[in-house]
Design a protein around this ligand. Structure first.
Ligand code: SF4
Length: 214
């Protein structure tokens, strides 16, 4: 429809005697720069009570052009100290899990539902999640990944707005705003229950198959 209208408009310009037009190239967004600017803008956020005990705001880390976006629940103690996501023991396990499916941390982008650490690693409260979610939604719309991997039930319930068990979440993939979305265990749950690693491996293999088109 638009092509036809543009063609007609160009014909009209030609008939009016205009032979050349200058077309501006589409604006190229530097996603890395944009995310950096937004992190700078939001790092003093006080939209919810989690800012009170925060040491560092943990916006997200990784490749702004990533095909895979990984979403966890919230920063832990180590993350809160460093201002980076998934840098503690869970982060080390996540790095190993990615490497098992031939992905590196540098290839993916990782963020959480809430950007400040809930005290004693408690689950974020509904009002904290809804205050913080717009930041994640904005990150998703900038990065535009092909795949999302949600880690843990809390993040899955929040993002997919379905109340069910993690086992039920893992049975299928989801369409989150047009992005193929997988759900698996949070690495901290795997550290507490190493037996679940077998199931997490099954989830990762499903993701690997789609990611590499195998
Ligand atoms: S958790 Fe999110 S909404 Fe709450 S203070 Fe931190 S950045 Fe702001």
């Amino acid at each position: 429809m638009y092509n036809k209208a543009i063609k007609q408009y160009l014909e009209y310009l030609k008939l009016s005697g205009i032979q050349d037009i200058f077309v501006k190239p589409p604006l190229q967004i530097n996603k890395t720069e944009l995310l950096k600017e937004l992190e700078e803008k939001y790092h003093t956020c006080t939209k919810c009570v989690l800012h009170v005990e925060r040491n560092k705001f943990c916006y997200g880390n990784g490749n702004a052009d990533a095909r895979l976006l990984i979403i966890g629940e919230g920063p832990g103690a180590e993350e809160d100290r460093m201002g980076k996501v998934f840098v503690g023991r869970s982060g080390q396990l996540l790095t190993k899990m990615l490497s098992a499916i031939n992905l590196s941390r540098e290839e993916v982008y990782i963020a959480n539902i809430v950007k400040c650490r809930p005290p004693d690693n408690r689950n974020p409260l509904p009002e904290e999640k809804s205050a913080c979610l717009p930041y994640l939604e904005e990150q998703i719309s900038i990065i535009q990944p092909e795949f999302i991997l949600i880690l843990g039930k809390v993040a899955a319930v929040t993002l997919l707005e379905i109340e069910q068990t993690l086992k039920a979440f893992r049975q299928q993939t989801y369409n989150f705003n047009g992005i193929k979305t997988f759900v698996s265990y949070h690495p901290s749950a795997l550290l507490r229950n190493p037996n679940w690693k077998t199931f997490a491996w099954i989830d990762l293999q499903k993701l690997q198959k789609d990611y590499f088109g195998q």
